[in-house]
Design a protein around this ligand. Structure first.
Ligand code: PLP
Length: 443
């Protein structure tokens, strides 16, 4: 045992990890590269768990944060405001059409917990005690706190905690968009019909329906067909069910739009943001609500209608400063245009994978893509008896790139401001690894 072995990594079987992978310890970062303690460098091909925007030496965000810490390192929102959270909310609400209030948390899962509690209490505050359950979507992922696991239940991950979770009414996942973007309208109509039936059947007891905005990410990169999200919003509205959108992984440019629900013309009652909003420089997340929702929390202290939720670091001024500077950089660097032009490179490069026998269902939008590795009709779980995700990690690191697969689904999710040369390097490495898997013994 070395001192390095005292750490417990998230979602990781530490026994296998040390069996198959050498522990690499990151010490620094520059551009889009991570540097380990032995001087090796790795291109960040997974945007540091999907939050890296500018790479690791965006001095503008760093300097703004350093400057802020000199003013005040933290100032709580419990009973008093701070200037940076006000500035952030004003800037953010300019983008988040239709929403009017900003609630602060420090990670995506917590933003979801806040959204669920707000939805539940919204009805209770009106005296409706029936609406206490949630509608969710199969293969959705919203984080791993109790509420987030309940509405984004993934059996493979969360079965040990099932007793703690609440049951949801689950609508089907729209797994039908492919690289060419063609959707079978009949299939979509059937899916929407069955979805509507579930919503109608449970509307009386459902406080809200929650889904990721634009695409499901951790559940296998399922991109929604055009118009789908708005249809779900309409169904919720018609049936008096609140509509919650999770933009934590898909908003802020990942799918080529700043706010995905604005692009999809599907304004929700509540929306959650996280990950890329600070450029990946600080843990901060937001839950936004409409006026209609906020109004129901108004009353006297004795009414007990206010929201009983809030964490120590809510509205952290350093995190808020990072968001404010990050937003300026998005604008000044025309980041969305760059994402859209890189998205074309990505789509073109993905065509090279189409003829590989084990590759199926390539799908992409913005700077996100996924495809499945399948042999003899079965998802590939092991490569040379090594679990797929470890194999991909090991082989990519060997080639100087950090990649992770979602089980048998390969995911392309580079930093949002990546340059075309580095994007091509990510794709070259993906291609090499997939061609290698194609030749090996798989199960
Ligand atoms: C769509 C979505 N929602 C919520 C979360 C949870 O965010 P966090 O890991 O910051 O708790 C994630 C994390 O991957 C996510 O992809």
């Amino acid at each position: 045992m070395s001192k390095r072995d005292n750490i417990w990594y998230p979602y990781t079987q530490m026994h296998d990890y040390t069996k198959y992978l050498k522990r690499r310890i990151i010490r620094s970062g520059s551009d889009f590269y991570l540097y380990d303690d032995e001087g090796n460098k790795y291109l960040d091909g997974i945007s540091n768990m999907w939050c890296n925007v500018w790479g690791f030496n965006s001095n503008r965000i760093t300097n703004a944060m350093i400057n802020q810490i000199k003013h005040i390192p933290h100032s709580t929102l419990f009973g008093i405001g701070n200037d940076k959270s006000i500035e952030l909310s004003n800037e953010f609400l300019k983008l988040a059409k239709g929403l009017n209030k900003v609630f602060f948390t420090d990670n995506g899962s917590s933003a979801i917990e806040a959204a669920l509690k707000i939805a539940l209490q919204y009805w209770r505050n009106q005296g409706n005690l029936r609406k206490t359950s949630f509608l969710s979507i199969a293969d959705g992922y919203h984080g791993d706190t109790i509420g987030a696991m309940s509405v984004g239940y993934v059996d493979n991950y969360f079965k040990s905690y099932k007793r703690l979770l609440f049951k949801c009414h689950v609508i089907p996942s729209p797994k039908m968009v492919t690289l060419n973007g063609i959707v079978n309208p009949e299939k979509l109509n059937l899916l929407l019909e069955s979805t509507e039936k579930i919503i109608v059947k449970n509307a009386d007891k459902a406080a809200a329906l929650i889904m990721e905005s634009g695409a499901q990410l951790a559940g296998g990169v399922n991109i929604y067909p055009p118009g789908y999200q708005n249809r779900i919003r309409e169904m919720c509205k018609k049936n008096n069910v609140l509509f919650i959108l999770d933009e934590i992984a898909t908003g802020f440019g990942r799918l080529g739009n700043m706010i995905e629900y604005v692009a999809q013309e599907s304004i929700p009652d509540i929306a959650c943001f996280g990950k890329a909003i600070t450029g990946g420089y600080f843990p901060l997340a937001l839950t936004l609500t409409s006026k209609k929702i906020f109004k129901e929390f108004s009353g006297t202290l004795g009414d007990q209608k206010h929201l009983f939720h809030g964490h120590t670091y809510a509205g952290h001024p350093i995190g808020c400063t990072a968001v404010i500077e990050n937003l300026r950089m998005y604008k000044e660097n025309n980041l969305l245009d760059k994402i859209r032009s890189n998205s074309k490179i990505l789509s073109k490069r993905l065509q090279e994978f189409q003829s590989i026998p084990i590759v199926q269902n390539i799908r992409a939008k913005g700077l996100l893509a996924g495809f499945d590795l399948v042999k003899n009709g079965k998802s590939i779980i092991n490569v040379d008896n090594i679990p797929m995700s470890y194999f991909v990690l090991r082989e990519s690191l060997k080639r100087g790139v950090l990649l992770r697969s979602l089980g048998a689904t390969m995911i392309v999710i580079p930093p949002l401001a990546i340059d075309p040369h580095s994007l091509n390097k990510v794709m070259d490495t993906q291609l090499e690894i997939v061609l290698d898997i194609n030749k090996r013994r798989v199960g």
